[in-house]
Design a protein around this ligand. Sequence first.
Ligand code: OFO
Length: 169
Amino acid sequence: MLKDAMQKALNEQINAELHSAYLYLSVSAYFESTNLRGFANWMRVQAQEEVDHAMRFYSYVNDRGGVVTLTAIDGPETKWASPLAAFEGALAHERYISGRINDLVGLARKESDYATEEFLQWFVAEQVEEEATADEIVQQLKLIGENPAGLFIMDREMAGRQPGADAAA
Ligand code: OFO
């Protein structure tokens, strides 16, 4: 049985993960509008991964006999100055999410909720990967700078991202 404070925090994380999905879908729409279809695909796949993250929390709360309570999702940004600005925003967002996951682990420890602490380890590892991936793309975009040929090649690479092996358990 989940304690109230843990249940509340996990429900807030469901909202945060769905907000992440909404944000990345918004970035995807921005890339569609600038004819960078490969980047748009990458962000669309990322948005789906975030829904999968939300569903991991959703299933976990239910599995522990808790109650899932869904709340309104904040509207995402809709415009970015450049592909680099969009990915810098994504990297900043992933760092924010990593902070939230760390706070959840801290709460689980405080509540001696070892099952939740164990459950959260998947997200601790995932956030390392999420930050590294976003940072790598930021660095590549910085190298490309204003070079349209570089952006064209990178867009083709980004088109290859497939929906992942990251589906909710
Ligand atoms: Fe991007 O990892 Fe969930 O939010």
